[in-house]
Design a binder for this molecule. Structure first.
Ligand code: AMP
Length: 548
């Protein structure tokens, strides 16, 4: 296909405001793309490489401006291009407005010099450019780009410049490509969608749809070494989770970096969340996986940096590892990393994406003797709060709540995974009462009545018993006992003196407490030794928070 034909179509798509019409244009383009279908399917999205391929063109804007300037002739400099960009706001329009191709004598750069560009030529030139390495590679890249721009007409220049910088701006996203493939080759969109998720390669999917139809699409499977997009999470609470599902799978939310593990039976490759190959920076994870896995598998997990005691370090420490590709040995000595595998997508020829989460997690147990993220099933929101308090105490970021029956949907930020980080807002509340504990905590105060300050006293709004370790409980008892005013049954009245910092899921209107509000799932964070009851949060603040 002539690149000018592609550019014409791209211009039509850009001018088309209606989604359905854009899909029709994409379908038409695909249907007429012949041998270049896979390339065209990527180009419309501003991609040269498939999504699973971490290869980058690595062309910075300034290199692109320089190449454009060179193709525009001696009167135009890279600075001029930048000035025009500042005026026009977009590189495609700048490129289109230049009088390119004046450098006829130099147009022999690139294959087929002198003739019109084809889509496959642009593709192979850009691929060669991406492969250029070492000293002199910048010059090679500049020459290649110049060669392409020098042969481009106005419209071609618009889309070439955008393609080079990875942004087509023609309103064609993954959904449009999916629908376009469906329409062009008369295959169900659901099959296209699934094949895209599994392969992460729109070129392959488009070609398969054309050659082998629905059956061909259904025959596309996960492949070890070809990473899929990570399944993502929404923010959510235990209440959300238990309203949607009868029970929730609760896990620690590790504060590290996402890693997809691909083991082919012999060797291991690791991919980051944006599908870059991070095998080299994480040798101990590779060694661990090589030791543990005997069959091909694809796992999903989080890599966490730990200190000498094995306690988690902030995730920046893992990122340092990712960045320091060339001095791994030195960083490795300073920061240890470990894998917490939480999902299993494929084992020994079998794809598990559509198998329920709990079963996928069972596979992890079969495969690994360690390094598995614990998964707890519960239908009790208090148990979730307890688990969260423990996770936070252990220095983790929070918890994940997952639908135990859900499948793994690559790239999807759906409602089946909820992330729950600690409350951004906590309240500082006064302890005005308590209850004696039960069982082994019978001679300690165990549940604490919390109040907010008002103009003329205190109003209650909840009780907290969650998130307190045995040690803390003993300390709290000693601290509060001097303030006990009276007792009746198991209940104790306490003079306002001690302030607790408390997390919660939400504040509801409720007749249960004197304030007219109740905290849902309050969680003890700590004592505010620095605060007196007068500094505690007011009922007015509670009301404000309840309304937001
Ligand atoms: P966020 O980055 O805040 O959107 O949270 C989602 C991220 O949490 C995921 O992409 C993972 O990298 C990370 N994460 C940590 N622990 C888990 C876990 N147990 N399950 C799933 N994701 C986790």
């Amino acid at each position: 296909m002539e690149f000018v034909v592609f550019a014409d179509r791209a211009a039509e798509m850009e001018a088309e405001p209606a989604d359905l019409e854009t899909v029709a244009l994409v379908a038409e383009l695909f249907a007429g793309a012949d041998d270049e279908l896979d390339t065209v399917a990527r180009f419309v999205q501003g991609r040269v490489f498939p999504a699973h391929d971490g290869t980058k063109l690595d062309i910075g804007p300034s290199l692109c401006y320089e190449a454009l300037a060179k193709a525009a002739g001696t009167n135009v400099s890279a600075n001029d291009i930048e000035d025009r960009l500042a005026e026009v706001g977009e590189i495609g329009a700048v490129a289109e407005g230049l009088d390119l191709g004046g450098q006829q004598g130099l147009s022999a750069f690139g294959a087929g010099g002198g003739e019109g560009l084809t889509v496959s030529e642009v593709d192979s030139e850009l691929r060669a450019l991406a492969a250029a390495e070492g000293s002199g590679s910048t010059d090679t890249k500049l020459d290649t780009l110049f060669g392409l721009f020098n042969r481009a007409d106005d419209l071609e220049a618009r889309f070439l410049a955008r393609l080079v910088l990875g942004e087509m701006r023609i309103g064609v996203g993954e959904g449009t490509v999916r629908d376009g493939i469906g329409e062009a080759f008369d295959v169900p969109v659901e099959s296209v969608e699934r094949a895209l998720q599994v392969s992460n390669d729109c070129g392959l999917v488009a070609e398969t749809a054309r050659e082998d139809g629905e059956a061909g699409l259904d025959d596309i499977h996960l492949e070890v070494g070809r990473p899929v997009k990570a399944m993502l999470a929404q923010a959510g609470t235990a209440v959300d989770a238990l309203e949607e599902w009868d029970r929730a799978a609760v896990e620690t939310k590790f504060d590290g970096a996402r890693v997809q593990v691909h083991h082919d039976g012999q060797t291991t490759r690791l991919f980051s969340r944006n599908l870059e190959d991070v095998t080299d920076p994480l040798p101990e994870v590779v060694e661990f996986v090589d030791r543990e896995l005997e069959v091909p598998a694809i796992l999903d997990g989080e890599v966490v940096a730990v200190d000498e005691a094995g306690d988690p370090l902030p995730f920046q420490e893992v990122l340092r590892r990712f960045r320091r590709k060339h001095d791994v040995a030195a960083t490795r000595e300073n920061v240890a990393v470990e894998l917490h595998a939480f999902d299993c997508l494929h084992v020994d020829g079998e794809d598990l994406l559509d198998v329920p989460l709990v079963e996928r997690h069972d596979h992890l147990r079969d495969l690994l003797s360690a390094g598995i993220s614990e998964l707890v099933l519960t239908d009790d929101a208090d148990a979730v709060a307890e688990y969260e308090a423990e996770a936070l105490d252990a220095g983790h970021e929070g918890i994940m709540l997952k639908n135990p029956d859900s499948s793994y949907t690559p790239g999807n930020r759906g409602k089946n995974w909820l992330k729950r980080k600690p409350d951004v807002e906590t309240l500082d509340l006064v302890v005005t009462g308590a209850e004696w504990g039960e069982g082994r905590r019978a001679n300690l105060l165990g549940t604490f009545l919390l109040s907010a300050r008002t103009e003329d006293g205190y109003e209650t709004l909840g009780k907290v018993a969650t998130g307190i370790t045995d040690e803390e409980l003993a300390a709290l008892h000693d601290r509060l006992e001097p303030y006990v005013r009276s007792e009746s049954g198991t209940e104790v009245d306490i003079e306002p003196a001690v302030v607790f910092e408390v997390g919660y899921e939400e504040i509801q209107r409720s007749p249960t407490y004197s304030s007219g509000y109740a905290l849902r799932f309050p969680r003890f964070v700590g004592i505010r030794k620095d605060k007196s009851p007068d500094d505690a949060d007011s009922l007015e603040r509670v009301e404000r928070l309840a309304d937001t």
